[in-house]
Design a binder for this molecule. Structure first.
Ligand code: AMP
Ligand code: MG
Length: 343
């Protein structure tokens, strides 16, 4: 009798175990290769699978629309119709192109989304073997690089590149936009804190659980990935770096990186190893970091100081580090690598 009661109780317990709704399996972090880079999303204590699914689906959608190389992407369609006809695009594509053109104007053309022909010619970090394009080839393409020849029709949501052979490349801004979109999904899901890291394009959402500031390492441009020169302490914001170490090749001992001067058609030699922008909107941080890298630290600082809520960290070729006015050395940013020093 006692045995039977015991068995019944055991069966009830077992059934309860089966009937109890299973707690959702949460994971603190997920990484996938999207947007031609490793994208890492950290949702910590609230890593719900469906949120990750939604975020990565959106990242793939953005890649499918904004990729330079992908056949059939909206950017690809616009480029194929250069000099022929305007192309209607989805609202997000129009929005990013509009912002890219605005930052091109703001930076005096240092950032220029029409660098496509030069990017394709150099193919730095691409499939073709490293080579220095002949100067005549570069010269032929320079007239095609000019953001002022992008015609935007807001009413029709269409984009027209006025000259045949022109090509848009959103490689310096699309990851930032994608990070903003990921953050939107994460916030709408009610998730209190997250790190969005799209190949070094960082966006911090919310506050850390213990209320302390986020700590972000700034990549050492001369060392392997993950090695940093110092640490930035900050509240919710976006931190994006453009540097010589991201994509490059070495040819006859010379280092050729992927950040091009739109006016010269060569990798920009601006005396910098990297430039980091800190600002709330990741799309702006992305485009501006490329812009100020190409501009160099003097013009770059002037641009950043003219903008509200934007700060920057410059690493110069002599390994000195410059901060804009809103950042204090030893308070917001600490150098931890003794090969580097403040300017
Ligand atoms: P980022 O890593 O954000 O600085 O972006 C670099 C990528 O943007 C390159 O791989 C090119 O595809 C593109 N790019 C290079 N130079 C420029 C430039 N001066 N303006 C806009 N895009 C650029
Ligand atoms: Mg950029």
């Amino acid at each position: 009798m006692i045995k039977r009661i015991f068995l019944t109780v055991a069966v009830i317990f077992l059934m309860m175990g089966c009937l109890r709704p299973k707690a959702p399996q949460t994971v603190p972090v997920r990484a996938e290769f999207v947007l031609a880079t490793v994208c890492v999303i950290m949702l910590y204590d609230r890593g719900e699978p469906q949120v990750y699914e939604e975020v990565f689906a959106r990242l793939r959608e953005i890649e499918n629309r904004m990729s330079f190389f992908m056949e059939g992407s909206d950017i690809n369609r616009i480029n194929r119709a250069a000099g022929i006809e305007p192309v209607r695009v989805p609202g997000d594509v129009f929005y990013v192109i509009e912002r890219a053109v605005y930052i091109a104007e703001l930076s005096g053309g240092a950032f220029d989304p029409t660098v496509g022909p030069l990017v394709a010619l150099w193919d730095i970090g691409g499939a073709t073997p490293p080579r220095i394009p002949p100067q005549e080839e570069i010269k032929k393409l320079l007239p095609l690089v000019n953001w002022q020849n992008v015609e935007l029709d807001r009413e029709n949501q269409s984009v027209f590149l006025k000259k045949p052979g022109m090509a848009l490349d959103l490689g310096a801004i699309a990851k930032g936009y994608a990070a903003d979109e990921a953050a939107e999904i994460i916030r709408n899901a009610g998730i209190p804190r997250a790190i969005i890291d799209l190949g070094g394009n960082n966006l911090l959402v919310g506050e850390k659980a213990d209320g302390t500031l986020w700590r972000i390492g700034i990549q050492d441009p001369l060392d392997e990935r993950g090695a940093y020169i110092g640490v930035l302490e900050t509240r919710e914001t976006s931190v994006v770096t453009s540097g010589v170490y991201e994509r490059y090749f070495v040819y006859e001992g010379v280092h050729y990186h992927h950040l091009l001067s739109p006016s010269l058609g060569h990798p920009a030699r601006s005396g910098l190893l990297s430039a980091t922008i800190i600002t709330g909107i990741s799309m702006d941080a992305d485009a501006l970091s490329t812009a100020i890298f190409v501009m160099g630290h003097e013009k770059g600082i002037a641009l950043v100081e003219s903008l509200d809520g934007v700060e920057a960290i410059f690493i110069l070729e002599d390994r000195s580090v410059l901060l804009t006015g809103g950042l204090t050395a030893g308070v917001d940013f600490f150098i931890t690598n003794e090969d580097y020093r403040f300017f």
